[in-house]
Design a protein around this ligand. Structure first.
Ligand SMILES: Cc1cc2nc3c(=O)[nH]c(=O)nc-3n(C[C@H](O)[C@H](O)[C@H](O)COP(=O)(O)OP(=O)(O)OC[C@H]3O[C@@H](n4cnc5c(N)ncnc54)[C@H](O)[C@@H]3O)c2cc1C
Length: 719
């Protein structure tokens, strides 16, 4: 599988602008004709990179690859559990349920044990099943991370004793019922009530109006037996004291008959844009009585005589503690989203290497990845996939550490990091899925090539577990808090230490000499790259703080925040980008193999310069870079894209996705790199049809069509 970089001479010839630069290497000429400043070093002057797939795979391989392989093997041995291209909503829901129980009961994998003992393993399972069918990943997340997680993290020992075994074995399928028709993001605005009745020692769960109907609740429409219901806890004092939002276990269906229980109404949320394997439903409660013990009482409890006790002094603190325990879902989404991005990039890059269109006169057509525009679409995306891989790996490790140590600093760090990475990665992946589809032309539009379902299934990752725009504001809020702490001399949490070290440096004018440096060595120096990211974040942070203070006087806190909202969102994104870069640089520097380190460094440089170029206006506005330096960044970014293209095949191979998971006929490993143009393309097209028929076979048994198609392919081969 190992191979060296593509022949740079050939590649150069495919790129006339590079050829031009290459030939006049000693002089200072740009493709735009200007001759003012030094060019970035030339392609022909460089040593080709040696990219070894096995060495790269070793770096990218998660700790629990063996577990993921068990899952892939299980699904490849069970064609009856593979999701066909065309499937009706109700069939998809049943299939998804069978897939989940297949993992637990047939393959013997117990994800819930990992939630309890080894979250890194749990996230590895989640990533793998998401590759099989994203609906399965989400259904599993609802069962174990949300419903199961609420019992573990918000309940106490009595709840663990009573529910954990049933959750693990899937006997107690459950829901996480937080969102209401009128309130999604604003959880403190929930209206469902849980009123304590000391006479019967019960809570009475009520939906006071239509707006309080629980909405979008996963597992509710068909399979759920229980729901963790978030409701305002009301005590029976005069007028009813509202103790804020708490979580309660409410049985919704009979364990034996599966009948909906009295006082509960369940409606189906219907066909969705994607994730139709998950049965989302709406729940309404009409004076449903549950025992007092069903209050998940880790952060607040009620005694039989109706007295409320809590170790936390205010409603706000209890609320923060309750929501804080639920970050696992966000970690899972960020991690899984990188898995989706890997899949999409793999399909798009493999296809782009194979597909040929146009070429120089009277010469063979060239691969579409030889076009600068295609490199521009896909290479920074490939670099970002690597960047996100290392950042989310770090997040998962930190999350596991937090679960063990409960160290306050780590808790703060994980909360903000999980919010920031969930937002940044899911938004990026959502946009990339459309770019990948387009990059594969018409074949990208065939359902069998997967971009449509990946895009539709993944899209909602931007909204659930916290709407991205809302979550990003939490990151901005935390940054401002850290900023205040810095000036008060308090401690900064781990990922933000750079603010302490460098705030003063960044708030002074940039060094007038460095702003002119434009040599490749300087632009590819991690110190320069990190400095650029951190400079931008620090400036944004300081200016946001000043603007907020100014507007606060006239508009009040809420109004001032809204007046500065876009600024705050940019600040939070900038911070997350710099955290991602820092983790990527760490990964490059700790890579033991010299050649592999060089490849990772190249990819990391592309990630860094791509992001700097994307926001070049900001850097220019504050004179952090001169116009000539900006041009040099642009050119180097283009050139690095070109260089990454040379190792793109190895970089996607290192994701190590089996064909069973990739599935898209245009993105399979086998035969994808054959050089025989016309026949390869013909075979490629037919194999798409064949795949479609194979999948339909699973559903409808159309074996005769398959044989006919085989004959057709055979005739092309014979010809
Ligand atoms: C398929 C699916 C599955 C789901 N599963 C579950 C589940 O199992 N359990 C559960 O409890 N919930 C579930 N949800 C609900 C989901 O968590 C909510 O949809 C989500 O929290 C967003 O809330 P909302 O829909 O009310 O959006 P809103 O909060 O109304 O947001 C709408 C728009 O307003 C903007 N907006 C809102 N507030 C602000 C603000 N302060 N500043 C700036 N912009 C703002 C948002 O950015 C967004 O663009 C699911 C949803 C879907 C679609």
């Amino acid at each position: 599988m190992d191979s060296s970089n593509r022949n740079p001479t050939t590649d150069e010839e495919d790129q006339p602008h590079l050829r031009r630069i290459g030939r006049i290497s000693s002089h200072l000429i740009h493709t735009d004709g200007s001759d003012q400043h030094q060019l970035v070093p030339l392609p022909c002057a460089r040593k080709p990179l040696k990219a070894s797939v096995s060495a790269l795979t070793e770096v990218m391989k998660g700790k629990h690859r063996d577990l993921q392989e068990r899952i892939f093997d299980f699904f490849s041995s069970r064609p009856d559990l593979q999701t066909p291209i065309e499937i009706l909503k109700d069939d998809h829901r049943e299939l998804c349920m069978r897939q989940l129980s297949g993992i637990v009961r047939d393959a013997g994998i117990r994800p819930f044990q990992y939630v309890l003992d080894d979250p890194e393993r749990y996230f590895a399972v989640l990533e793998a099943v998401g590759g099989v069918d994203m609906s399965l990943g989400i259904k599993m997340g609802v069962q174990y991370s949300l419903w199961g997680g609420s019992v573990i993290n918000l309940g106490t020992q009595k709840h663990r004793d009573k529910y954990l075994d049933g959750i693990d074995s899937l006997e107690y399928l459950g829901c996480f019922a937080m969102t209401e028709l009128h309130h999604g993001s604003n959880v403190q605005g929930l209206q469902t009530t849980a009123t304590f009745d000391p006479i019967t020692d019960e809570f009475i769960i009520d939906t006071p109006n239509d707006g309080a109907i629980k909405w979008w609740i996963g597992n509710a429409a068909v399979h759920g037996k229980f729901a963790t219901v978030f409701a305002k806890l009301i005590l029976p004092t005069e007028g009813g004291a509202d103790m804020g939002v708490h979580a309660f276990i409410v049985p919704i269906r009979d364990l034996k008959t599966h009948q909906v229980l009295p006082g509960i109404e369940i409606h189906d949320c219907g066909h969705k844009i994607g994730l139709n394997g998950v049965d989302n439903g709406a729940l309404r409660f009409r004076s449903v009585r549950i025992p007092r013990d069903n209050l998940l009482n880790r952060f607040g409890d009620v005694s039989p005589d109706g007295k409320y006790t809590s170790g936390l002094s205010t409603t706000n603190k209890r609320f923060a503690a309750t929501l804080g325990e639920l970050v696992g879902g966000r970690v899972g989404l960020a991690y899984s989203s990188v898995g989706v991005l890997k899949l999409a990039v793999t399909i798009a890059v493999r296809y782009s290497l194979l597909r040929q269109q146009f070429g120089p006169p009277k010469q063979p057509e060239i691969s579409i990845l030889d076009y600068q525009s295609q490199q521009h679409k896909l290479m920074p995306m490939l670099a970002s996939t690597y960047a996100f891989h290392f950042a989310t790996k770090y997040l998962v490790e930190k999350y596991s550490e937090m679960k063990k140590s409960h160290d306050e600093q780590v808790v703060g760090d994980v909360h903000s990091l999980s919010a920031g990475l969930k937002v940044y990665v899911t938004s990026y992946t959502a946009k990339s899925l459309s770019i990948c589809r387009e990059a594969c032309g018409g074949h990208g539009y065939a359902a069998v090539n997967r971009f449509g379902s990946l895009r539709n299934d993944h899209d909602i990752f931007q909204t659930f577990e916290g709407d991205n725009t809302v979550l990003l504001q939490q990151v901005a809020g935390d940054l401002l808090k850290q900023y205040q702490e810095k000036f008060k001399g308090g401690t900064l949490t781990v990922t933000w230490n750079y603010l302490r070290e460098s705030m003063n440096k960044y708030l002074s004018q940039p060094n007038p000499v460095i702003v002119r440096w434009e040599g490749e060595e300087h632009l590819r120096d991690p110190e320069f790259q990190l400095d650029a990211f951190r400079y931008r974040t620090s400036r944004l942070l300081q200016s946001a703080a000043l603007r907020l203070r100014k507007h606060m006087k006239t508009l009040g806190g809420f109004g001032a925040w809204n007046r500065c909202l876009n600024h705050l969102l940019t600040l939070a994104e900038s911070h997350i980008e710099s955290v991602i870069l820092a983790k990527f640089i760490d990964a490059v520097q700790s890579c033991p193999d010299k050649d592999t380190r060089a490849v990772l460094k190249l990819v990391c440089d592309l990630y860094a310069l791509d992001r700097i170029w994307n926001d070049i206006g900001t850097y220019r506005n504050v004179d952090y870079v001169t116009p000539n330096k900006a041009k040099a960044i642009h050119k180097l970014r283009e050139y690095l894209s070109f260089q990454v293209k040379g190792v793109a095949r190895e970089l996607v191979e290192a994701f190590d996705l089996p064909d069973d998971v990739t599935r898209a006929p245009i993105g399979l490993q086998s035969g994808a790199y054959a050089q025989d143009g016309s026949l390869t393309r013909a075979m490629g097209l037919f194999s798409i049809g064949l795949e479609q028929v194979q999948l339909q076979d699973n559903l409808k048994g159309l074996a005769t069509q398959k044989r006919a198609l085989h004959r057709l392919i055979q005739s092309v081969t014979d010809f």
